[in-house]
Design a protein around this ligand. Structure first.
Ligand SMILES: Cc1cc2nc3c(=O)[nH]c(=O)nc-3n(C[C@H](O)[C@H](O)[C@H](O)COP(=O)(O)O)c2cc1C
Length: 273
């Protein structure tokens, strides 16, 4: 069984879960090739799945869906009837319709989706002062990641002939979800910037940017291209690159979502079959 796995991960949460899943597949006897599709360059050439039996995609949830660049990239793959699995990491708020919408994209690209999963991870906006899931993923989340690999492997090999069942679909249209994405620009009013401060010019911010939005000379992200993944802020070794202070928004976010920090921390990672 040869499995092709890819993940998108701006701040390392999805990557940490992907590594656990990859290792469990390998323990089970699969030959796994796993790569990071976060850098712009990695998505330039269309990936071929020739020689692989199954495909796995891992991504963070960005405003109820996989990040736009991931959705676009998946739409260009040729599944050729292969089995696929998907998993997502998120900061404890809305999950659906990410599973549903990504399955639709994979199905349109010729995959048969056999499983999905969601894992709690620290919210990217903690980099601006939120306090969501600061200690996740933890050992419990990684245990669910191993379980996901086991269940998925059984479906990939045919030992379990099932496919992914019905998924919750919210009433939101894709257009409504596009509008929902604009929330990030309402929250992150100041996109990643070093506000004219000097830095060592290590260029890491430009290297990690998944959309080529970072102007490393000016130390500012371009509003048209930035997806606010905050990979550049997380990667800045001097901590100079930042966004606006999001602390005042945190209680409003909790209230608007009907959550408390305690209720968020009670949430668990889940497998969908
Ligand atoms: C632009 C943006 C939108 C996000 N939207 C959601 C969301 O709708 N629900 C949620 O629970 N977390 C959301 N998050 C948090 C991320 O899903 C979470 O922190 C994820 O684990 C980050 O993964 P990564 O480090 O692999 O990029 C969002 C993060 C960003 C940057």
């Amino acid at each position: 069984m040869k499995i092709r796995m890819v993940f998108f991960s701006a701040t390392g949460v999805t990557e940490s879960v992907a590594r656990v899943i990859r290792d469990r597949f390998a323990d089970l006897g699969a030959e796994v090739v796993c790569s990071d599709i976060t850098p712009v360059e990695s998505r330039k050439e269309q990936m071929t799945l020739d020689g692989y039996d199954a495909f796995v995609i891992g991504a963070p949830i960005h405003s109820n869906r996989a990040p736009r660049v991931v959705r676009e990239w998946l739409g260009g793959l040729a599944g050729g009837g292969r089995k696929a699995a998907m998993f997502f990491t998120y900061g404890g708020f809305s999950v659906h319709p990410t599973h549903h919408s990504t399955r639709e994209i994979l199905a349109a690209s010729g995959f048969s989706v056999v499983s999905s999963a969601e894992f709690l991870g620290k919210h990217t906006f903690n980099l601006g002062g939120w306090a969501a899931m600061a200690d996740r993923p933890n050992d419990d989340d990684f245990a669910v990641a191993r379980l996901f690999a086991e269940k998925t492997y059984r479906r990939f090999t045919g030992e379990d002939p099932g496919v992914l069942g019905d998924l919750e679909k919210t009433a939101h249209s894709e257009e409504a979800l596009d509008n929902f994405e604009l929330f990030r620009f309402a929250a992150v009013t100041q996109l990643p910037t070093r506000d004219g401060m000097e830095c060592s010019m290590c260029m890491k911010c430009g290297d990690v940017c998944p959309t080529g939005a970072m102007d490393v000379q000016k130390g500012e992200a371009d509003r048209q291209r930035c997806i606010v993944c905050l990979g550049c802020v997380a990667a800045c070794p001097e901590g100079i690159l930042r966004i606006n202070d999001l602390r005042a928004l945190w209680p409003m976010k909790l209230q608007g979502e009907g959550e408390t920090e305690e209720s968020l921390n009670m949430k668990v990672s889940k497998v969908y079959l």
